[in-house]
Design a protein around this ligand. Structure first.
Ligand SMILES: Cc1cc2nc3c(=O)[nH]c(=O)nc-3n(C[C@H](O)[C@H](O)[C@H](O)COP(=O)(O)OP(=O)(O)OC[C@H]3O[C@@H](n4cnc5c(N)ncnc54)[C@H](O)[C@@H]3O)c2cc1C
Ligand code: FES
Length: 285
């Protein structure tokens, strides 16, 4: 269940609960979406932007954003890009397998607080995963917000996530969607360039000085986007970013994700720009 109320995590935050894989959808050549069902018909509430720790026995545990809820079954969705040991094993799961789940963790997007505002969503690559439930929430509460614009970038057309849903979003009259790829192919007729090259197209839909920006993507994209958004007049406190760092405990104990006074797992992963401007300059360790 997508909520903006206080989340209700499993009682022991260190003990994974066994969730059953009820479906696996291939998104791109290296990315899948897992559908996971909580044990004993439990209802799992979360805020868009929060993440779970997914655990495979004998292999390891990784933080993965909650990327949505199945509309009929309410199973949780997690979109995983296979980049290493654990994520490759997650990408090999099949229906009926079991995954350990701890969570939900962290603070999500401030969707309640920004009611009545223009919303600009900027997603690069797998960064669309934590933004997808935010957009689903905004669309479910559409009258509460002014203009909503989604800017979405991927390396190639084949790397675009959630393609059927992206088409449905593009068909809506109450949502502006702009998609770009770094490199096109012979069939691509759309925009080419990094996602920030879409920003000039946005200004006729939004008052940038009043817009609230939600963004997630590679850190190089975040750095460039912050600079360009501020150049266009978006105040820093209206820019929210989701950050990724290596994690272990996910509850602010181990210090693995600590940078200065901030624990990414506990205080983030979504932060207002003024709190993390200096962290953005530090590359992933
Ligand atoms: C809060 C949070 C939310 C996240 N949400 C998602 C999500 O929704 N979907 C998702 O796929 N991932 C997500 N990640 C990233 C994911 O946790 C890492 O990709 C994962 O931990 C890598 O573990 P591994 O064992 O597969 O790779 P490792 O074996 O540890 O690493 C193998 C190689 O992959 C590289 N690598 C590690 N992480 C990444 C990365 N993120 N991108 C590219 N290369 C990488 C390493 O540098 C290394 O070279 C999230 C991370 C955080 C902190
Ligand atoms: S992962 Fe342990 S403190 Fe954040």
């Amino acid at each position: 269940m997508i909520s903006q109320a206080t989340s209700s995590p499993v009682p022991n935050l260190f003990l994974p609960s066994p969730f059953q894989v009820t479906g696996v959808r291939r998104e791109t050549s290296d990315t899948i979406t897992l559908r996971l069902r909580p044990p004993d018909g439990q209802v799992f509430s979360f805020q868009p932007g929060q993440f779970n720790m997914l655990y495979l026995f004998g292999i390891g545990e990784v933080p993965i954003s909650i990327s949505g809820v199945h509309p009929r079954t309410h199973d949780l969705e997690h979109t995983v890009r296979a980049v290493g040991y654990v994520t490759r094993a997650l990408a090999r799961l099949r229906r009926g397998d079991v995954v350990g789940v701890r969570g939900p963790f962290g603070h999500g997007w401030p969707l309640e607080e920004v009611r009545g505002r223009d919303i600009l969503i900027l997603a690069g690559g797998i960064g669309l995963a934590p933004l997808r439930p935010a957009l689903q929430y905004l669309l479910a509460h559409r009258p509460d917000y002014e203009q909503i614009v989604l800017l979405c970038g991927a390396r190639t057309p084949a790397d675009l996530l959630y393609q059927p849903e992206l088409e449905r979003w593009r068909g809506r009259l109450d949502l502006q969607v702009f998609v770009t790829v770094d490199r096109g192919d012979e069939l691509w007729r759309g925009h080419i360039g990094v996602v920030t090259t879409l920003l000039p197209l946005v200004e006729r839909f939004l008052d940038m000085r009043r817009a609230v920006v939600l963004m997630c993507g590679p850190e190089v994209m975040l750095r460039v986007a912050v600079r360009e958004l501020e150049d266009r007049g978006v105040p820093a406190e209206q820019i929210f970013l989701s950050l990724e760092r290596n994690m272990k405990c996910a509850v602010g104990f181990c210090g693995h994700c600590q940078f200065g006074p901030a624990f990414i797992c506990r205080d983030g992963p979504v932060f207002p720009l003024p709190r993390v401007r200096s962290l953005l300059e530090i590359r992933e360790l």
